[in-house]
Write a protein that binds this ligand. Structure first.
Ligand code: ZN
Length: 153
């Protein structure tokens, strides 16, 4: 174990500029000057990062999506009700042009709209999909330097 050049304590040392001189000192003494390299903090930092689980294991998330054949389902349901597009649009309180787009498959209804249609028509327009999401922390051990931390302040 090296000794602190100021107090002589046997400990992990840092290089600090104290009164214009580079000295190997303990952390306590380093506070009297300008710390030039801080190996201790760096190890603590990387330790912290490695302890933090980087979510590389996928975790499942249930997401609601519109069924791929929504256009046919809407059209069939409307025909079952014996309504033309205009009357049906009125019934669901949407624009006829929007309904037309949905029935031709050029407009996918939003989830709230799909829910409304499901209720009104008694059809299924929303499917639940399990999606694997890989969440990875942006902070990884590489690329994170003390300099970066200072810059971000
Ligand atoms: Zn010291």
């Amino acid at each position: 174990m090296p000794n602190c050049e100021i107090c002589g304590q046997e400990t992990e040392l840092v290089i600090a500029e104290i009164e214009g001189m580079d000295m190997s000192v303990c952390h306590k003494c380093a506070q009297f000057g300008q710390i030039k390299n801080i190996p201790k903090i760096k190890t603590e930092l990387s330790k912290k990062i490695s302890h933090k689980p980087i979510h590389s294991e996928p975790h499942l998330e249930i997401i609601e999506t519109i069924v791929p054949d929504y256009s046919q389902k809407i059209k069939k349901a409307r025909e079952r009700l014996d309504l033309n597009q205009e009357d049906f649009a009125k019934k669901i309180n949407e624009k006829e042009s929007l309904l037309h787009k949905m029935e031709t498959g050029s407009f996918e209804p939003s989830l709230p709209l799909a829910k409304k249609l499901e209720k009104l028509l008694g059809i299924k327009l929303i499917q639940k999909v399990e999606e694997e999401k890989i969440v990875s922390s942006k902070i990884s051990s590489e690329g994170l330097t003390i300099g970066d931390l200072i810059k971000k302040k």
